[in-house]
Design a protein around this ligand. Structure first.
Ligand code: HEC
Length: 175
């Protein structure tokens, strides 16, 4: 292909791309299918089960079994996340990370989700201490509104405290 033909092809691609995208948008006078007029319920009011809430709100980043993703700097929850309950400040941290505190779930749903994740029969497995206190909606409500201004620093401090206890940091991250 000559240089001028290549340029023409590029220009054509640039010009036609926005149209191609525009065609994927709903038309302004689009109507719901008959019988399906009710607007969808927000997730905080929909009564999905906790595992479904996890899939809808968390698995996009942490993956379906909580494997995490090093490429996206997303920590593994599976077999690891319960360790945070072993150090001071860790319990609060688990509610205050943005993925949790800013999720679209209500306080009770967040409490149920964390309790489900941390269950020793669940994702966290034996990383969770044998005796631990389950979260309540009240506790979640109090903690989630306290934003964390320097998350990496808080996390580093917690990881350091865990290492000091001889705990191996198996969070799947590269650093
Ligand atoms: C947009 C991607 C994303 C979503 C969605 C997300 N997380 Fe996260 N999560 C992260 C990242 C990245 C971290 C590491 C700390 C940080 O940078 O926020 C993290 C940290 C955490 C931690 C602390 C564990 C650790 O090792 O630091 C927990 C617990 C957690 N997430 C649970 C959840 C839950 C539960 C949900 C769903 C309600 C969720 N996350 C949704 C990306 C996400």
């Amino acid at each position: 292909m000559t240089a001028s033909k290549g340029l023409a092809a590029l220009l054509l691609a640039c010009v036609s791309l926005p149209c191609a995208q525009a065609r994927t948008l709903p038309v302004p006078d689009q109507r719901p299918t008959p019988g399906n007029e009710a607007p969808p319920l927000p997730i905080a009011r929909a009564a999905y089960s906790t595992p479904v809430n996890y899939l809808l709100q968390c698995a996009g980043c942490h993956l379906d079994r909580g494997q995490g993703s090093a490429q996206n700097d997303t920590p593994r929850l599976e077999g690891f996340v319960g360790n945070f309950l072993k150090v001071e400040g860790g319990r609060e941290f688990l509610v205050r990370v943005p993925g949790v505190s800013q999720s679209a779930l209500n306080d009770q749903q967040v409490a149920d989700l964390l309790n489900w994740l941390l269950d020793r029969d669940g994702m966290a497995g034996s990383s969770t201490p044998e005796h631990w206190q389950r979260y309540t909606a009240q506790e979640v409500g109090r903690l989630r509104s306290q934003s964390m201004l320097d998350l990496p620093k808080v996390r580093r401090g917690l990881i350091q405290a865990l290492r000091a206890q001889g705990i191996v940091i198996d969070d799947g991250l590269r650093h």
